[in-house]
Design a protein around this ligand. Structure first.
Ligand code: ZN
Length: 503
């Protein structure tokens, strides 16, 4: 089974002679590789490292590889550039590791010894775990529907080696945790890539049930008749044109049974977004299968929480619908009676995400008593206009929450930038025939208007944040460890947030 490309496994290679197809040596390149480290690693491979450095083979660019052969037990020696020591951070370590991972897979090698001293000598915390994470993210490819190239290894074993006795055993637990985290991120990425003929609201619920069984989570799925009874007409109407009706998936993880706190995460999963009657242009339409990335991230976070045994109580809600065009589809001009009691005039059927989220957020507050409520959604093109693909937008009614999310974003390099939710924006969604309308119909402040709309469904006193990941959930030219395609944005960020906040 190699649906997700190449998997990396990590174990100690500290005892006995050097082994494996290749010796991987991460080193900072600037101002120069530390002489003491070079002397140390030279002893393992007959001075080949200093020979490579003498001919200036190692460049400053992070993830640049240079290699030579060697007559010893590891026939290939590869230096991996960690770039400039001054600028080095965890993301650059992950990026370098991902480059090494892709090279190993391309070269069809199945075992490598990783000399970790070049990592542990840096200032970066948990540098070996960050490296492991980068390799695992870099090895991902979506191959669920493609005959794999038999020669590309499904699994590559990495043997960790250090000079100091005990060093490898010290880092192995955090390396294993990094591998579990990467597994959850790759799960979310794989789910995001599944096309709409495979993943619809019903089959997404099946995937959630499978995950719940494997990870020992509680799973409840509310189907259309139950949604009807609850008055979740926003979620229902968005999906009413599709062959597969909307549903609300609920996954629960109780990692701090004695604590009263519950974090509720709400994910947008539009399994395919045609735009409805406010139809999208044909170019790039195939990419609208990625409109479920928020929901996929929430499932990934629940998977990670269980695997890492996080000490927190967590509920994941995934609002799932397909925004189709048919004789039963909802129309521009329709007025929806939402679960909260508010009415919404549909000006654009393509602003459907906020309609399904509004009901899910209300449901969360009615039924789950969240101490923190966070939604993750590919909500607006406007967020990309504002921030490009460098950061996601965060909009929040709580400064502490926004600050903690921002800090988790800095630590994981899933960066967030806060946009305001000032009342001045409220008039952009005033409607003459309903309590509010779902878009402003103007070009200004698109991303903020999405947040302002959702805020209408947040009760005073509920700390809430909205993450608009529309521009970062999948990338055409990804330079970081995840490269091109789905990034799993939000999984690492929110796992870090939960770790920092604790129960
Ligand atoms: Zn849409």
């Amino acid at each position: 089974m190699r649906a997700n490309g190449t998997v990396f496994s990590f174990k100690s290679g500290d005892k006995g002679p050097l082994s494996g197809d290749v010796l991987l040596i991460p080193l900072v390149a600037k101002p120069q590789p530390p002489l003491e480290l070079v002397a140390r690693v030279d002893k393992l491979c007959n001075d080949t490292v200093s020979e490579l450095l003498t001919v200036k083979a190692l460049r400053e660019e992070v993830g640049h590889l240079c290699h030579t052969t060697h007559s010893g037990p590891c026939p290939r020696i590869v230096l991996v550039s960690l770039g400039d020591a001054e600028k080095l951070n965890a993301n650059e370590i992950r990026t370098a590791a991902a480059a090494a991972a892709r090279w190993l897979a391309t070269e069809r090698l199945t075992t490598a010894t990783l000399w970790i001293d070049g990592l542990t000598a840096t200032e970066v915390e948990q540098s070996v775990a960050e490296w492991a994470l980068g390799m695992a993210l870099g090895g991902f490819r979506f191959l669920a529907h493609k005959e794999p190239d038999e020669k590309v290894p499904a699994r590559i074993q990495i043997l960790l080696r250090a000079r100091e006795p005990g060093q490898v055993d010290r880092v192995l637990p955090e390396v294993r945790n990094a591998a579990l985290l990467a597994d959850a991120v790759n799960y979310a990425r794989s789910l995001a890539h599944e096309p709409a003929n495979v993943i619809n609201p019903g089959t997404l619920a099946d995937r959630a049930r499978e995950l719940a069984r494997a990870a020992k989570l509680k799973c409840t799925v509310l189907t259309a008749p139950q949604l009807k009874k609850l008055g979740m007409n926003g979620l229902l109407m968005v999906g009413q044109g599709a062959a597969h009706a909307s549903c609300l998936i609920q996954l629960e993880y109780h990692g701090a049974p004695r604590a009263q706190n519950t974090t509720v995460l709400v994910g947008k999963a539009i399994t395919f977004d045609t735009g409805g009657y406010s139809i999208k242009p044909a170019a790039g339409l195939e990419g609208l299968k990625f409109d479920k990335c928020g929901g996929a991230a929430v499932l990934g976070i629940l998977k990670a929480a269980a695997a890492l045994k996080l000490k927190c109580n967590l509920v994941g809600l995934v609002a799932a619908a397909e925004n189709a065009i048919s004789d039963t589809a909802y129309r521009p001009g329709d007025i929806i009676h939402m679960m909260s009691g508010k009415t919404v005039e549909v000006v654009s059927t393509d602003a459907e995400g906020r309609l399904i989220l509004a009901d899910a957020l209300w449901y969360a507050q009615e039924k789950l008593k969240p101490t923190v409520l966070i939604d993750v959604a590919t909500l607006t093109g406007g967020v990309g206009v504002a921030l490009g693909t460098v950061a996601a937008g965060v909009l929040s009614n709580d400064d502490g929450l926004a600050g903690d999310l921002g800090e988790a974003g800095r630590r994981t390099h899933e960066r967030l930038w806060r946009l305001p939710l000032w009342d001045d924006y409220r008039e952009l969604i005033k409607s003459t025939e309903a309590d509010l309308k779902n878009v402003s119909g103007k070009r200004e402040a698109h991303c903020i208007v999405g947040g302002i709309f959702l805020k209408e469904f947040i009760r005073a006193g509920t700390p809430w944040a909205h993450l608009d990941i529309a521009a970062v959930a999948h990338l055409e030219n990804g330079k970081g460890p995840t490269g091109k395609g789905a990034t799993g944005f939000g999984v690492r960020l929110l796992v870090e947030f939960l770790r920092q906040r604790g129960a």
